[in-house]
Design a protein. Sequence first.
Length: 284
Amino acid sequence: MLWRTMMAPLLALLVVPFAVDSASAQNRDRDRGPPPGFDRDRGPPPGYDRGPPGPREQWDLLGEQSVGFGVDRDVIRVGRREGRFRAIALEVRDNDVEILDLTVFFDRGPPQSLRVRQFIRAGGRTRPIDFAWGDRRIDRIELTYRSRPNFRGRAKVAIFGLRDLPPPPPPPPPPLSWVELGCGKVGMKPDRDSIRVGRREGRFSAIKLRVRNSKIELIDLTVVYDRGPPDEIQVRKKISEGDETPPLDLRGERRVIDRVDLTYRQVLGLNLIKGPATVCVYGR
């Protein structure tokens, strides 16, 4: 009896430090708080076996499920509207989970069964799991997992899918610059000139006229090609010094111009003191 009386205080002194350490550890865990929630746009970060995702890859959140304690089996439905994926990865939040088995059912073809057998701590993620037959549309994903009860409560499991984005559209073609094809002097009376262009200048889809030195009246304009019928354009427009016509689209595809026939005259007025006008033809 004396021996028991002496040992009781000693045992009490030994138990008290362990209890204090355990309580303080639990308080530290509570102070940390739960890991942040699932980010739909982020998905698993780069750096697994595959290396960083390419510039045209994207992780999408396909679904998430609350996990019960013990061994459980759940189905996450995806559906055709989500698109095609070539790999998936799992992310765990709030508590630790052991992923046992995973089966992916596609809209076509046999399912793919995967033995994961991976213990994932809260905030952790699996490696990307590639599909055996490339990009597929996922109908549903069946999960078998195990979670142990503790003070942190139920865990959540999210599934992310890796998709290849379509290539960006090609940039628009650079705007075509205007090229001067030739110029002609304008007399007082109605005059007709031919501005020779030729095959070496290339192909054009539009032309415009620019006037220098004086004001003119443009009467008729005919574009003659190296092949095919000409374009006869009725302009009938007065063009002041320094002005130009709007772009005049040519018929059909870009074409090789042989020459441009012009009928014009200089407008009477004070502008005559500047001398004869000059008309230049530009092509684009």
